[in-house]
Ligand binder design. Structure first.
Ligand SMILES: Cc1cc2nc3c(=O)[nH]c(=O)nc-3n(C[C@H](O)[C@H](O)[C@H](O)COP(=O)(O)OP(=O)(O)OC[C@H]3O[C@@H](n4cnc5c(N)ncnc54)[C@H](O)[C@@H]3O)c2cc1C
Length: 498
């Protein structure tokens, strides 16, 4: 199978209508115009069919957990795409709903003029359903292209129960996949660049996405995050800061809860989630910091091992193990077992279901309602701080995110209720939520991809236990707690006073 084929999924059997006006690329998840396999494929089709390419990026008002926070981040990305499209000579058609339902039927209309439709093969949220729905309705091919990671997900095989099982598969395919990275700049042929005028008023809010979002009928309890703009340029700037100031020390200290300016986390997950930056570009730039590295000299050794595969530099290797192995674990899990995310019964391994079942009747010394948790009103100062960070900034430090999830399991009447609350809070407030790794991250707190631990505890059974007291013994928490204290309170954020 060629690499192009490995990324490609045909969603219907309709024939190409080569005489129609254009090839349509419908951006849903990889919201960028560089290093994008789906765009590369659409450009290739346009050239072969001698048709212009139209890149359509839309935003509705009614997606699940829609908020001013998510809208602003996405629209800043769209404003950046509009500017880049001009530089690349691409027909870029942005459409943003200002009234509910305004965009209904638009995509179908655009598809009626298309020779074929290319879209993103993102394995989560509303994307797979939307793509399938379009494929059913139109009389031209709908082709979904996987641009999620470096190794195409279709090459990673059957579902796994641990990261340790996926790692060797990624390592085995990595060198070859590396040679087939997406184009750094889109190669726009003369045919593809031929101008086509849009049959609707294109989004005109690109000059000031913030003001535009403020005027939209979106619920007000999740405001935009100031100081964290969306878009490819912002993603690159964040990556640059990470490489300069935070990569050194990543292997040893990434788990230490610190204020974002002092810690070692990259803060790239929102940009990766919305596709504003490609993981290929991130990996290239991280590898380039080792100095002795060039694409031609990629050294592949220690295959299957966590240490020393991508690089002998421990920080570089550790970062790439998270950004490639762990990120791919979530993507691959969704692609291979997508339906399972909806139900704990099918998502979790049998040992977890058994141990949770055995402890279902255990007394819960602390029980909190969904509202109390959302408001950060528990007895646990560290948990409340993590929740406040999430609500105020749209992010949670990775280590505390694990603790945050585990405690909701401990403080809820049942695992099913805990899962429902975590999904809601994560997807509502986190900029990187609604992602395959949202679900596998939460499910990890319930034992997915982990092993049974001793002793057998109340409520948790054999599931790995975490506590705020142990976290406080492990790390010096005062800088983090001081940072959170400087953030607006949850109440202020949710009431729009922040
Ligand atoms: C309860 C819970 C919920 C989570 N929800 C999400 C989510 O909604 N979206 C999301 O992208 N991740 C989620 N994660 C995984 C992880 O917490 C974040 O990816 C990470 O904290 C993002 O911060 P960063 O970009 O600074 O990470 P860095 O440490 O800088 O890592 C770089 C990149 O590697 C990937 N990565 C790092 N750690 C993990 C991990 N443990 N699992 C998977 N990928 C990882 C991410 O893409 C990240 O951007 C969740 C984890 C838990 C325990």
């Amino acid at each position: 199978m060629s690499y192009k084929q490995a990324r490609l999924r045909r969603l219907n059997t309709a024939p190409t209508a080569g005489e129609r006006d254009y090839v349509l690329y419908w951006i849903q998840a990889y919201r960028r115009l560089e290093r994008n396999h789906a765009l590369d494929y659409a450009l290739w089709c346009a050239e072969r069919l001698d048709r212009p390419l139209v890149v359509y990026e839309g935003l509705r008002l009614d997606y699940p957990w829609a908020s001013r926070r998510l809208h602003r981040f996405i629209l800043e990305g769209m404003a950046a795409n509009a500017a880049r499209a001009k530089e690349h000579g691409l027909n870029y058609w942005p459409f943003v709903e200002e009234k509910r339902g305004e965009g209904r039927g638009l995509l179908r209309k655009l598809s009626e003029r298309a020779a074929l439709v290319v879209t993103d093969d993102f394995p989560c949220f509303i994307v797979p359903g939307q793509s399938r729905a379009l494929a059913r309705k139109v009389d031209v091919p709908v082709l979904a292209v996987d641009s999620s990671s470096i190794v195409p997900l279709s090459l990673l095989g059957s579902p796994v129960s641990a990261a340790a099982h996926l790692r060797p598969r990624i390592h085995k395919a990595f060198a070859e996949a590396w040679l087939h990275r997406a184009a750094a700049e889109p190669e726009v042929s003369r045919a593809a660049a031929r101008p086509v005028s849009a049959p609707f008023d294109r989004w005109s809010g690109a000059d000031d996405p913030a003001a535009f979002v403020d005027a939209l009928p979106l619920e007000g309890t999740v405001p935009p995050v100031e100081g964290m703009p969306g878009g490819t340029g912002a993603a690159r700037a964040r990556l640059g800061t990470f490489l300069e100031h935070r990569l050194r020390g990543y292997a040893e200290r990434r788990s230490e809860p610190r204020p974002p300016d002092e810690g070692h986390a990259s803060g790239l997950s929102p940009y990766l989630h919305f596709g504003h930056i490609s993981i290929e570009e991130v990996a290239e730039k991280v590898l380039a910091t080792t100095g002795d590295w060039t694409p031609e000299e990629l050294r592949i050794h220690n295959r299957g091992k966590r240490e020393g595969f991508f690089s002998d530099d421990a920080d570089v290797n550790s970062f790439l193990d998270e950004a490639l192995t762990w990120r791919d674990v979530g993507l691959h899990w969704h692609r291979s077992r997508r339906a399972d995310a909806a139900s704990l019964e099918t998502a979790l391994p049998s040992w977890v279901l058994e141990t949770l079942g055995a402890h279902a009747g255990d007394e819960r010394p602390h029980l909190y309602s969904a509202d109390e948790l959302e408001a950060g009103q528990t007895h646990d100062e560290l948990w409340n701080a993590a929740q406040r960070e999430l609500v105020a900034t749209g992010t949670i430090h990775n280590y505390l995110r694990m603790l945050w999830g585990k405690k909701v399991l401990e403080w809820s009447p049942s695992p099913v209720e805990a899962y429902r609350i975590l999904e809601h809070l994560n997807n509502k407030y986190a900029l990187d939520g609604r992602d395959p790794n949202s679900y596998t991250g939460i499910l990890w707190c319930f034992g997915l991809f982990d092993r049974p631990w001793a002793p057998d505890r109340k409520i948790f059974g054999r599931i790995r236990y975490m506590s705020s007291a142990n976290t406080a013994r492990k790390f010096r928490l005062s800088p983090y707690l001081g940072y959170v204290e400087s953030l607006p309170t949850i109440e202020a954020v949710r009431s729009g006073r922040a």
